[in-house]
Design a protein around this ligand. Structure first.
Ligand code: ADP
Ligand code: MG
Length: 245
């Protein structure tokens, strides 16, 4: 799904250059649920924006779902964003409309996409486990429920790839854990490839694989293929490579 080699992103302004990514390598398989961790300023959001086609890399190779993100035309890029990818942000709920119900909030983007809005909105509400709250105004929902509405909207275009930037950043740890469980269910049931950016190592334990970014590079990789119940112990060797005990 994602194939990235020596990816470079440099932000340029008149008097300043910021090298946000300096030769980052990453592979993500189709159907994987993975997390990217790293401290603030390490380049996580920059990477996610490149993956989602919100911004273009400066150099290197980046293929997402077979598409070359460096040479793609602007038109193809717009189409890619509209059809292939869903986005969830930390403050997504801010873009929702507080005095409309959960269902109406979902119907809006569905309507814009020209689908049968009501049936589709109900499907999406069910996918995120919010059928029972559909007639509640958004302002009556908890932070976690609002984030689930945002996730439902991100799924409206039936993306193959879901990108989430600190999706639980403003939630308490129990609610955050529930939102993570939802990602996990969507991954298992719909086969959706999901990349979650987080700085919370606890949440990162809930996914199949964790990649750490440091100073715009993938610094080490932890590979887990097992469930929460019997996780393998992970340690790092001198080169920062993950080792399984
Ligand atoms: P993270 O999400 O891991 O906190 P970011 O990807 O947001 O990190 O930022 C990586 C680096 O790039 C930081 O030094 C940040 O200040 C810089 N940066 C991010 N976006 C821009 C931008 N639009 N213009 C200039 N510099 C930026
Ligand atoms: Mg960020």
């Amino acid at each position: 799904m994602i194939h990235c080699d020596g990816l470079v992103k440099i932000y340029k302004s008149s008097d300043l250059e910021v090298v946000a990514l300096q030769g980052l390598d990453l592979r993500v398989e189709d159907g994987e649920l993975m997390a990217i961790i790293g401290s603030s300023g390490s380049g996580k959001s920059t990477l996610l924006n490149m993956l989602g086609g919100l911004d273009r890399p400066s150099a290197g190779k980046l293929f997402v779902d077979g598409k070359d993100m460096l040479t793609m035309s602007d038109r193809q890029l717009i189409r890619y964003k509209r059809e292939s990818v869903g986005f969830v942000w930390q403050n997504n709920a801010r873009n929702l409309i507080p005095y409309l119900t959960a269902q109406e909030n979902i119907e809006l983007p569905v309507l814009l996409k020209g689908r049968r809005k009501k049936a589709r909105a109900l499907e999406l509400l069910e996918a995120v486990g919010l059928q029972h709250r559909r007639h509640n105004r958004l302002s009556e929902l908890s932070g976690g429920e609002q984030q689930r509405v945002a996730i439902a909207i991100a799924l409206a275009n039936q993306p193959r790839l879901l990108l989430a930037d600190e999706p639980t950043g403003s939630l308490d740890s129990k609610t955050a854990s529930q939102v993570l469980d939802l990602f996990r269910r969507l991954n298992r049931e719909m086969g959706l490839t999901i990349v979650i950016v987080t700085h919370d190592p606890q949440l990162a334990r809930k996914v199949d694989r964790v990649v750490a970014i440091r100073d715009g590079r993938t610094s080490s990789e932890m590979i887990r293929t097992q469930t929460d119940a019997d996780e393998e112990e992970i340690s790092f060797n001198a080169q920062g490579q993950a080792e399984q005990a």
